[in-house]
Design a protein. Structure first.
Length: 94
């Protein structure tokens, strides 16, 4: 039983998007665990025809580039605040 930060539904495509948002100002093992968790969550949701959009940013990721890269290569939608500001969310859900 998990609560997501946001859910969007494209009625025309009958597609549900679940959104998780976080920001890390500092590094640590939490980032590595979080990246792995979102890889697993993405797979779990895809099996139910649901897309996960993970919005994450912060200087903390400079200390955990490998786990972030692995999740970025696995998940369809890992975006940062700059991408969000440039309209990528609208492109994804449309």
């Amino acid at each position: 039983s998990r609560r997501f930060d946001c859910a969007l539904y494209n009625k025309a495509k009958k597609k549900l998007f679940l959104i998780e948002v976080n920001f890390y100002s500092g590094g640590g093992s939490k980032l590595k665990a979080t990246a792995g968790e979102y890889k697993e969550l993405d797979t779990f949701l895809k099996n139910q025809n649901i897309d996960l959009i993970w919005i994450t940013d912060g200087a903390g990721w400079k200390t955990a580039k490998r786990p972030l890269e692995e999740t970025f290569n696995h998940n369809d939608f890992v975006i940062n605040l700059s991408m969000l500001k440039n309209g990528i969310l609208q492109e994804i859900v449309s």
